[in-house]
Design a protein around this ligand. Structure first.
Ligand SMILES: Nc1nc2c(ncn2[C@@H]2O[C@H](COP(=O)(O)OP(=O)(O)O)[C@@H](O)[C@H]2O)c(=O)[nH]1
Ligand SMILES: [Mg+2]
Length: 176
């Protein structure tokens, strides 16, 4: 079973991205945000996980799981990555320190990434362009990582598909 994990901070677009490409109405578990930042930004957050699926051209089905964003649900991260083939990290460019968010999530999922692969999508650049893709690239360079990085809009299926195909391409390359 090909299982891809979507992670990233609250509001980065995980639930939206899975909904954009899923062939079934995605299953999401939303509750009211507990923290003040969350309450200011949006009404609900994903508690347990998001789930949807998507079929590739060669009729291989890819299962899409979104992690909850809030720290109090971190224990779910380890559970959700089990059996996963790769990670899509979404970052919200309109958050205060999205480049630091990237470093945090790359570290939190380090073991999983080392055994699989990761692609990074920066969302909401239309809302706030305070940071450019080069700012993220500089940080990746500083951390010694070479990972694919894209500007995406989680509401656009084509953008989300680019992330999935880039991830599958690097997983393929790692195997060869
Ligand atoms: N303007 C804009 N909104 C976006 C973009 N990507 C996602 N969103 C919106 O951001 C909000 C938060 O997304 P959501 O999927 O709930 O984030 P999650 O907490 O990571 O699951 C939703 O209202 C999305 O429609 C983008 O590139 N531009
Ligand atoms: Mg969500």
């Amino acid at each position: 079973m090909d299982k891809i994990i979507f992670t990233g901070p609250m509001g980065a677009g995980k639930t939206t991205a899975i909904a954009s490409i899923s062939e079934i109405p995605p299953i999401a578990t939303e509750v009211r945000c507990s923290d003040e930042e969350g309450q200011a930004r949006k009404e609900t957050t994903t508690v347990a996980m998001d789930y949807g699926y998507f079929t590739l051209d060669d009729s291989v089905r890819v299962h899409l799981y979104g992690t909850p964003g809030q720290e109090r649900f971190n224990y779910m991260w380890t559970i959700l990555t089990q059996g996963g083939i790769g990670l899509v990290l979404l970052l919200d460019n309109a958050r205060p320190t999205p480049v630091e968010d990237m470093a945090f999530y790359l570290d939190a999922f380090r073991e999983f990434i080392e055994t699989t692969g990761v692609v990074i999508g920066v969302t909401r650049m239309d809302v706030n362009n305070q940071f450019s893709l080069d700012d993220y690239r500089d940080k990746l360079f500083e951390l010694g990582h070479i990972y694919p990085l894209f500007e995406v809009d989680a509401r656009q299926a084509e953008d989300v598909k680019i992330l999935i195909h880039a991830l599958l391409a690097i997983l393929q390359a790692n195997m060869e």
